[in-house]
Design a protein around this ligand. Structure first.
Ligand SMILES: CC(C)(COP(=O)(O)OP(=O)(O)OC[C@H]1O[C@@H](n2cnc3c(N)ncnc32)[C@H](O)[C@@H]1OP(=O)(O)O)[C@@H](O)C(=O)NCCC(=O)NCCS
Length: 421
C-alpha cells in the first residue's frame, strides 16, 4: 500500500475530549417508560455524554486538539492547516476552527476553516489534508483535523437515546505514527436524501431515523465499491472494520451489509449458517472496537474516529502493517470508504490514546439533572455570564457567556496558568 515515490501519510496523533457528565441508558429508559434492553441491546448503548452550558463545540474541539498536540509532542508551530468538521458550530459565519486557532496559539501562517456535511465533515477534512500533503503544498507542515459535535435531538424524541457529545482531534502528517492511509484506497459517494437535517431555526436535528439507516447502508455499498473497485479479496486481510457509529447497533447493521457486498448475496440472520458466519466475522472485526462509542454515545463527526481510537488503544506490535477499513457516513448524504494500515509504531502509543481514565471520572446525571442541563443549554447562547463551577467544570476551557454578541472563553484552574500549548 505504500508508494515508493511518496512518503506514507496518515494519522500521526489522536485524542478525545468529552463533557464531564453522562446519563446512563438504563436511567433514561426508565424515565421514558421503555424497557432498558431497547437502549442497551437494541441500540447497543451504555451511556451518553451530556454537554453542560459551559461546554460547547469550541471547548471540546480545543481540549481534544490540545491533548493530541501535547500527548504526541507535536510542535504547534508545525500546523499549517486546521480544519474542524462539525454540524453543531457556534456561529452561522465564524468557524469553530478560528477560535481553536487562537486558543491554542497556532501560527498565523495557517489555513483555517470549518467543514459541514452532517457526520461526514471531519472525514472531508481528513481527505483534504491528505491531498494537501500529497500535493506537496504542505511543505513539511502538518494538518490538525478535529471532529467536534454535540448531538441533540430533544427530549422524548426517537433520537433522544442516540445523543452524545465529544471531539476527536487528529494530526495528519508524513510518516504517521498511528495509521497510514493511501490515496488510491479512498472511495467517495454522494446522493441527495432527506434522512436527517437541521433547519436554521432549530437547535435540534430532525431525522427520518429508519430511512437514515437505509441511506447509510446504501452509501456504504456505494462508497465501498468506489474504493475497492471490485477488489473484494482485500476483505480477507482486514484486521478491523471501522464504521460510523451513531449508535453501536448501527455497526452491526453495517457489517452485515459489508458481508453482503463481499459475498454478493443477502445474509439471512434467521438461518443458522449465516448467523454463525456473521457472528464470527462481527466478533473478530467489529465488536472489539466499540466500547468507547458505547460509553460516549453519538458524537456525529467523531464517531468513526472514536472506534479508531478504541482500536489503536489496543494495538500490538504484531499488528504492524495490518489493514483496516474505515467507513464514514454523513446524512444528506455523503460517504467515504478507505483502507488504512497500522503504523509499526502504533502499539508504542496505545496507552497514550486511551481515554478510559477520563471517561471513568465523569459525573453520572439523574434524569432531573439531565433535563435541567438541556434546558440551561438552550438559554446559554444568550447568557451574558455563566459560572463553570455551577456545572462542575473546574479545569480546562469553558464557554463563559456572550457579551456584545461575542462568545467568551476562559481557561480554568491550572490550565489558566498555561493556556496555550
Ligand atoms: C435509531 C432510531 C431510528 C431507533 O428508533 P426507534 O424506532 O425508536 O427504535 P426501534 O423500534 O427501531 O428499535 C431499535 C432497536 O431496538 C430493538 N428493540 C426494541 N425493543 C427492544 C427490547 N425490549 N429489547 C431488545 N431490543 C429491543 C429493535 O428491534 C431495534 O433493533 P433492530 O433495528 O436491530 O431490529 C432512532 O433512535 C433515531 O431516529 N435516531 C437518530 C437517527 C440515527 O441515528 N440514524 C442512524 C443512521 S445515520
Amino acid at each position: 500500500m505504500t508508494d515508493s515515490h511518496h512518503p506514507p501519510v496518515g494519522i500521526d496523533a489522536l485524542a478525545l475530549a468529552c463533557p464531564k457528565a453522562f446519563i446512563a441508558m438504563d436511567t433514561l429508559a426508565e424515565a421514558r417508560g421503555v424497557p432498558s434492553a431497547k437502549y442497551t441491546q437494541g441500540l447497543g448503548q451504555e451511556k451518553m455524554a451530556i454537554a453542560s452550558p459551559v461546554e460547547d463545540t469550541v471547548t471540546l474541539a480545543t481540549a481534544a486538539a490540545r491533548r493530541a498536540l501535547e500527548t504526541f509532542d507535536v510542535d504547534p508551530q508545525s500546523i499549517g492547516t486546521l480544519i474542524v468538521g462539525t454540524e453543531t458550530g457556534v456561529d452561522h459565519s465564524k468557524p469553530v476552527a478560528v477560535y481553536v486557532h487562537e486558543l491554542l496559539g497556532l501560527p498565523e501562517r495557517c489555513r483555517t476553516f470549518e467543514t459541514k456535511h452532517a457526520c461526514y465533515g471531519a472525514s472531508a477534512g481528513l481527505t483534504t489534508s491528505l491531498d494537501w500533503i500529497a500535493s506537496g503544498r504542505a511543505r513539511g507542515q502538518k494538518a490538525l483535523v478535529i471532529a467536534a459535535d454535540i448531538a441533540s435531538y430533544g427530549l422524548n424524541t426517537p433520537g433522544e437515546p442516540t445523543q452524545g457529545a465529544g471531539a476527536v482531534a487528529m494530526v495528519i502528517g508524513e510518516h504517521p505514527r498511528l495509521l497510514r492511509i493511501h490515496p488510491n484506497t479512498i472511495g467517495d459517494y454522494t446522493r441527495q436524501v432527506m434522512d436527517f437535517w437541521r433547519p436554521l431555526y432549530s437547535k435540534y436535528a430532525l431525522a427520518d431515523g429508519h430511512y437514515s439507516i437505509e441511506c447509510y447502508l446504501e452509501a456504504l455499498a456505494g462508497a465501498r465499491a468506489a474504493a475497492l473497485d471490485g477488489g473484494d479479496e482485500v476483505f480477507d486481510e482486514l484486521l478491523a472494520c471501522l464504521y460510523h457509529v451513531p449508535f453501536v447497533k448501527m455497526a452491526h447493521k453495517a457489517h452485515r451489509k459489508e458481508l453482503e457486498c463481499v459475498h454478493h448475496r443477502p445474509f439471512d440472520l434467521d438461518t443458522a449458517d449465516d448467523q454463525a458466519r456473521f457472528d464470527a466475522s462481527y466478533q473478530r472485526l467489529v465488536a472489539p472496537w466499540l466500547s468507547l462509542n458505547a460509553q460516549v454515545g453519538n458524537i456525529y463527526t467523531g464517531s468513526l474516529y472514536l472506534a479508531l481510537m478504541d482500536l489503536i488503544r489496543q494495538s500490538q506490535a504484531s499488528w504492524a502493517d495490518r489493514r483496516v477499513s474505515l467507513f464514514s457516513y454523513g446524512s444528506g448524504c455523503g460517504a467515504t470508504y478507505m483502507l488504512g494500515q497500522i503504523a509499526p509504531s502504533a502499539h508504542q502509543w496505545a496507552g497514550h490514546c486511551d481515554p478510559q481514565a477520563d471517561l471513568d471520572q465523569r459525573r453520572r446525571l439523574s434524569v432531573g439533572e439531565y433535563e435541567a442541563m438541556i434546558a440551561a443549554v438552550e438559554r446559554a447562547e444568550r447568557a451574558e455570564k455563566l459560572d463553570p463551577s455551577d456545572w462542575g467544570v473546574l479545569e480546562g476551557l469553558a464557554y463563559v457567556g456572550t457579551q456584545d454578541h461575542q462568545r467568551q472563553y476562559r481557561w480554568l484552574g491550572r490550565d489558566a496558568l498555561t493556556p496555550a500549548v
